[in-house]
Write a new protein. Structure first.
Length: 338
């Protein structure tokens, strides 16, 4: 009898040890992934039409344009990937991210209204408008979602995309009436071409957002289990949802004001990480940030070299890759149901 007890205890310890190893952050694979992202960052620094080594002002241009652009890529990739991860937890749906819930369209509407109120708005004013309307739009999405009884995996993103299409139509109408279509078009084409020193510094706010998401990771994970379970475990569900929505809105608003629309990034990265690592937010967050940085940096390098010396918007490459992955996830879910 004691031997059986010892065997059971040993088995439980082995299972706990395996789970602990699975949730460890600093593994060989994670360090290898860091090395790949660093390599992509170095390639990004030395990719471009301007010859920084052959011109007299090459080093000045290097620090004015190349370094800010690479830093902006890293911060933006982390921001959009984190936003997708938190939204998927809160909605309990793998197909949700800022571009499939209407959040990014609400941010665009906020930018349009800022342009109406201030003919020549500063970056801070544009960012404030995008953040406020991102928060309002995300809360409106959750309001509609709570009143939908049928909660299949496809219904949730369909509601978000329908809501986003309505808001996008309103933004287009306002732009046509007030002759601001050029601002709308430039915003919908997410690109890093205009990023330089003095135009990207607000993206460092994303570091603060990352800190708070990591700090409240356990509560956000419990919120992802549903309102009843989260409440029974002592978590104020409504408060943590509002808090998570505020963090998402802050990150999306900053990216929308500085860079523009970046589709599907928050959908691709969290799904890939969840497939291999499960749904633990705290252990997945570094992987999500890292993979988001690598994905958008790779897409930006492709956008700069595919028709060199010209450059295509990074949103074009990102949207193409994201659409393929989105279809793959849909087909995979359909096979599971069968």
């Amino acid at each position: 009898m004691p031997k059986k007890t010892m065997q059971k205890t040993s088995g439980a310890e082995d299972t706990q040890l395996l789970g602990h190893n699975h949730n460890r952050i600093w593994t060989k694979s994670f360090i290898f992934a860091i090395m790949i992202v660093i390599a992509l960052g170095v390639i990004s620094l030395f990719t471009g039409v301007y010859d920084i080594r052959g011109q007299e002002d090459g080093m000045s241009m290097f620090f004015i344009t190349r370094v800010p652009r690479t830093v902006a890529l890293m911060l933006t990739g982390a921001a959009m990937s984190m936003s997708g991860l938190v939204m998927q937890l809160i909605t309990q749906n793998r197909l949700v991210e800022p571009t499939t819930t209407g959040t990014i369209e609400w941010a665009g509407l906020g930018l349009i209204l800022v342009y109406l109120l201030f003919p020549a708005p500063t970056l801070l004013q544009r960012m404030a408008g995008a953040i406020i309307f991102s928060f309002i739009g995300t809360m409106v999405f959750f309001f509609f979602l709570r009143r939908v009884k049928l909660r299949s995996s496809l219904i949730v993103p369909i509601i978000g995309m329908m809501l986003g299409a309505v808001i996008s139509a309103i933004s287009t109408f306002v732009g046509l009436v007030f002759q601001m279509t050029q601002n709308i078009e430039s915003w919908f084409v997410g690109s890093f071409a205009s990023v330089q020193i003095g135009r990207y510094e607000y993206l460092w706010i994303i570091v603060i957002v990352t800190f708070f998401i990591f700090l409240y990771a356990d509560r956000l994970t419990l919120a992802g289990l549903g309102e009843d379970i989260a409440t029974s475990l002592g978590v104020n569900y409504n408060r943590i949802v509002i808090f998570g929505t505020g963090l998402i809105s802050l990150a999306v608003g900053v990216v929308a004001a500085v860079i523009g629309n970046l589709p599907f990034l928050g959908l691709i990265v969290p799904n890939v990480v969840s497939i291999y690592r499960g749904d633990d937010l705290r252990s997945n967050l570094p992987w999500v940030c890292l993979l988001g940085m690598g994905t958008i940096t790779l897409c930006d390098i492709i956008s700069r070299t595919i028709i060199m010396p010209f450059e295509v918007p990074v949103s074009l490459i990102l949207g193409t890759v994201g659409a393929v992955v989105f279809i793959y996830i849909l087909l995979k879910q359909r096979r599971r149901k069968r």
